[in-house]
Write a protein that binds this ligand. Structure first.
Ligand SMILES: *[C@@H]1O[C@H](CO)[C@@H](O)[C@H](O)[C@H]1NC(C)=O
Ligand SMILES: *[C@@H]1O[C@H](CO)[C@@H](O)[C@H](O)[C@H]1NC(C)=O
Ligand SMILES: *[C@@H]1O[C@H](CO)[C@@H](O)[C@H](O)[C@H]1NC(C)=O
Length: 250
């Protein structure tokens, strides 16, 4: 009987299996929210997911290797370069989280942001973070080499509503003691409805392309099956009833 499912229905049944936003997946959250930090910083990774009543333990992976922590927060009290990499977590009633990337840098100044790809209209918050929070003065934020904001005392550079022209390469610099220090540059991408094309060409969604090709193939094969099975059934029905329809030529 399944052969008689219309092709579109079968297509829906199959696509219901796609790995769309899965509410049962655990989520790794960073606290504070920066995914780039400096050596010696304090970072808490928090696992958000549902637990079994009898089991409050959390599983953690770093670079794909299971680590011993079982608490819902994995604390890095004094970050080292080796703490860089990808973190994943899972709780009793959740599926494995997506990986979250942490970068631990050795430098005097580091530009931090909550997100590196933002949508038009969303806020952008940039922080000029200094090693061990050493005082920095005369802090300047740059976009594409041009000075954008100056603070005598170190402050965050806050853009309440991102526009497309806020995309670019950013860094900050300032005076620590008597030395003039600069952070590395980092890229911020602001995407609007018209620019998502550009962004996705930076990161080609190969799995999506493959998925569409496979679905197209399934659709074609299934449509062919549907009509050929239907024709076959009709023919045998007509033979059994002993009536054959003839079409009259002109
Ligand atoms: C689980 O709960 C018990 C009792 O409340 C507590 O002692 C233990 O530390 C918890 N373990 C984890 C990994 O949170
Ligand atoms: C994890 O991977 C990152 C990036 O590839 C690397 O810098 C770091 O040293 C690795 N750490 C461990 C413990 O494997
Ligand atoms: C820091 O150095 C840059 C050039 O490297 C210079 O243009 C800038 O004025 C210096 N900043 C301060 C506050 O001295």
């Amino acid at each position: 009987m399944w052969q008689l499912l219309p092709p579109a229905a079968l297509l829906l049944l199959v696509s219901a299996d796609t790995p769309a936003a899965d509410p049962s997946k655990a989520v790794v959250l960073l606290d504070p929210p920066w995914n780039r930090v400096l050596k010696n910083d304090h970072v808490a990774l928090k696992c958000q997911g549902d637990y079994r009543v009898e089991d409050n333990s959390t599983k953690w992976w770093h670079n794909g290797t299971r680590i011993s922590s079982q608490t819902s927060s994995y604390i890095i009290a004094d970050a080292k370069v080796e703490d860089s990499g990808e973190y994943e977590c899972q709780t009793g009633l959740s599926a494995l989280s997506d990986p979250v990337k942490l970068e631990v840098h050795i430098d005097w100044l580091l530009l931090q942001a909550t997100k590196w790809v933002v949508n038009v209209g969303e806020p952008i918050q940039l922080k000029c973070h200094s090693w061990k929070k050493t005082p920095v003065v005369k802090v300047q934020y740059f976009q594409n080499g041009r000075g954008k904001k100056y603070f005598h005392q170190n402050s965050d550079f806050y853009i309440p509503e991102a526009k497309l022209e806020h995309s670019g390469s950013y860094f900050c610099r300032g005076i620590i003691g008597t030395k003039n220090e600069s952070s590395e540059s980092v890229q911020i991408i602001v995407q609007g409805p018209g620019t998502s094309q550009t962004v996705s060409s930076f990161f080609p969604p190969w799995h999506q392309i493959t998925f569409c090709l496979v679905m197209g193939l399934v659709f074609v094969v299934d449509t062919w099956l549907y009509f050929s099975v239907q024709r076959h059934l009709q023919n045998s029905e007509e033979w059994r009833n002993g009536k054959v329809t003839w079409s009259k030529g002109p």
